[in-house]
Write a protein that binds this ligand. Structure first.
Ligand code: DAH
Length: 348
């Protein structure tokens, strides 16, 4: 083959090879194969020395021309492949702006706290201030100062969680009700008249069933003044019941017993579902049992720093879970604290 033919066939071969180059890596290979330092073009141009002198300028011109052509072809291919690679990348990363967004999961206020919020609002309208007292409480405040006898069954380890403290330390427990808060408020405020609402957690060493949990909530209401009567208690309860369960809800007080009130009562409300005619919710009684209340016992007033000859008061302690269960037809208290958010979400 003459050198001139060699150049022509190199040109053809390089052009054909470039056709099948599909990416930048293959292009780099092509470059080193044809125009690289030890590539085909360099090899062919070395035959210059073997040519008669008069053919050399022409040959040199053709080699240079071919190099320029190949380099231009390389640049064009590089440009084309870069654009293609970029287009592929953009296609792969394409964002479909018409796709529906992902809504972030919203938290919900727990049903117990929702009910406690309503309770605070209702009692707030009647001038009751909200305050809290400790969940870890002295036995003295939880029982003795509330006029519980020393042998009262509620003091039993089976019903109450006592803290394990060294001998000689005062007896400390997880409060079994919010009533000890009465003593704390009274001792702080006596002899001022007061209206106080004490919401919070209480603990009982109880078998967990659909009706009872070891931890639940109560709210305690307490009013002390110079002329407070059972009529005031009933009026307060009537207002609470109507605001909580709807207009027309009636209140009934049944005689009961608590060591810290005299007289003591259980409060019922007329069934908000049937209005008192009897249905499944009220078990055909027409009434729903809400909780205990009464006139503060003289011993308790005295323990709180109030002279029972001058002051009187009423108090009560209700459970928001029970209020919610009746209101929303929940038949298993365990749903409240199981941690299953599907329970809470229903009441969002
Ligand atoms: N502390 C009582 C309980 O846990 C509820 C209660 C009843 C509270 C009567 C009171 C009250 O303030 O007057 O069962």
């Amino acid at each position: 083959m003459t050198v001139s033919n060699e150049l022509a066939s190199l040109e053809q071969e390089a052009a054909a090879a470039l056709e099948s180059v599909g990416d930048l890596a293959a292009l780099a290979e092509w470059k080193s194969k044809y125009t690289g330092k030890s590539g085909a073009l360099t090899r062919v141009s070395r035959s210059l020395g073997a040519l008669p002198v008069e053919q050399r300028p022409e040959f040199g011109r053709r080699v240079n021309q071919l190099r320029e052509e190949l380099e231009a072809a390389y640049a064009a291919a590089e440009q084309r492949l870069k654009l293609a690679a970029q287009a592929a990348e953009l296609a792969a990363e394409r964002i479909d702006v018409t796709m529906p967004g992902r809504t972030p999961a919203l938290g919900y206020v727990h049903l117990t706290n929702r009910v406690l919020g309503q309770v605070q609002e209702i009692f707030g309208e009647m001038g009751f201030l909200v305050t809290e007292s400790p969940e870890v409480e002295f036995d003295e405040y939880n029982f003795s100062l509330l006029n519980f006898a020393d042998d009262h069954p509620a003091r039993d380890m089976q019903d109450t969680f006592y803290l394990d403290l060294p001998d000689g330390a005062p007896s400390v427990l997880l409060r079994t009700h919010t009533s000890p808060g009465q003593l704390r408020v009274m001792r702080e405020r006596a002899p001022e008249p007061l209206r106080i609402l004490l919401p919070g957690k209480v603990y009982r060493n109880e078998q967990v069933t659909v009706r009872s949990e070891m931890m639940f909530h109560q709210f305690e209401f307490l009013a002390i003044g110079r002329h407070i009567t059972m009529g005031d208690l009933k009026g307060t309860l009537a207002y609470f019941a109507e605001r909580m369960y709807g207009p027309g809800t009636k209140v009934r007080l049944r005689p009961s017993f608590f060591p810290f009130t005299e007289p003591s009562a259980e409060m019922d409300v007329s069934c908000f579902l049937c209005g008192g005619t009897g249905c499944r919710v009220c078990k055909y009684a027409g009434w729903l049992e809400i909780g205990g209340c009464g006139m503060v016992h003289p011993n308790v007033l005295r323990n709180g720093g109030y002279d029972p000859e001058e002051f009187s008061g009423f108090a009560g302690g209700f459970g928001p879970e029970r209020i919610a269960m009746l209101k929303y037809g929940i038949d298993d208290i365990r749903g409240f604290y199981s941690g299953d958010t599907r329970f809470v979400e229903q009441f969002g």
